[in-house]
Design a protein around this ligand. Structure first.
Ligand code: GUN
Length: 293
């Protein structure tokens, strides 16, 4: 069994990005600039936005955060989106989700200019991704594809089974894996809460991508000998063995599944570190007008 080391791959990509930024600065060009809109004080959202700002700093990007109270009117939020759409110093921005219930999330996402939608959530980017046009692909799917690419994974003709059909992971990954680009060209099956004979389907997978959001859901009997397993889940559970009193586990029962696999992503240190790096990659693309010349 080989570990797919997301932490190491993410660090390599960050170095490559930092080098490109250095070249820009040497040529007296401005570095990429990522902005984030944060509404309310959900601790997980605050942590995400802080991590994004930290990652920007590490690679030499500028970053800004626009913070609002949770009772902000939708109209005011939309005005900020419009302001960032038109600010030539901002290459890309994200609106941290979830938003408070009184705000129409889709309305906000659709107000973001697709050119600056480095989260890849705007229907225009989702549509472009679907038909194989250049597009901003959202962080987790892009991170998974980058892991496969950089692990030299041959995916053409393989049976790829995806557990989960969410708009931010399962569905986009299913599209990317079936596209005619590499990695891709796989025969894709999407499983979800209504799927029957789930274990028989997952056991047919050469590549199993698990984004079901349930701790240690995938057990050894559900996995084919020699399969590649990508675990997108991340859950904090109590532990008597760690100083913090918690440990992180995935959607896959790692200890019993890993020995059966040819390659597997650990949790933590697999898909997780790739997500912020994906956002940095998209912001660099935005700075270079790569997707929308
Ligand atoms: N909330 C959790 N993950 C994400 C993400 O990737 N982007 C945004 N905007 N919000 C999130």
């Amino acid at each position: 069994m080989n570990l797919i080391d997301g932490k190491k791959i993410a660090a390599e990509i960050k170095q490559e990005i930092a080098l490109e930024v250095k070249k820009m600065i040497d040529k007296e060009e401005r570095p990429p600039h990522l902005a984030a809109i944060l509404v309310g004080n959900d601790p997980a959202s605050e942590t995400y936005v802080n991590s994004k700002a930290k990652a920007c700093k590490e690679v030499g990007f500028d970053s800004s955060t626009y913070k609002f109270e949770s009772n902000i009117e939708e109209e005011e939020l939309l005005k900020t989106v419009e302001f960032l759409n038109n600010d030539p110093d901002i290459d890309g921005f994200i609106v941290q989700l979830p938003l408070p219930d009184h705000i129409d999330e889709q309305k906000v996402i659709q107000a973001i200019s697709p050119r600056k939608d480095v989260d890849g959530f705007h229907p225009e980017n989702v549509g472009r991704m679907t038909i194989g046009l250049p597009a901003y692909v959202s962080a987790t799917p892009n991170g998974i594809m980058e892991l496969l690419k950089r692990s030299d994974m041959k995916t053409a003709g393989k049976n790829c089974v995806i557990l989960g059909r969410s708009n931010i992971v399962g569905r986009p990954v299913s599209i990317l894996m079936s596209r005619t680009t590499e990695p891709g060209n796989a025969t894709v099956t999407v499983c979800h809460s209504k799927t029957q004979n789930l274990a028989a389907i997952t056991a047919s997978a050469d590549i199993l991508i698990v984004a079901i959001g349930r701790p240690e859901f995938v057990t050894a009997d559900m996995v084919k000998e020699g399969a590649v397993v990508i675990d997108v889940g991340i859950h904090r559970v109590p532990s008597a063995k760690t100083k913090s009193g918690f440990r992180l586990i995935g959607d896959v029962k790692y200890d019993e599944v890993a020995p059966k696999t040819s390659q597997i992503t650990p949790v933590p240190g697999g898909v997780g570190p790739m997500t912020i790096v994906s956002l940095l990659m998209n912001t660099l693309r935005a700075r270079k007008n790569e997707i929308y010349p």
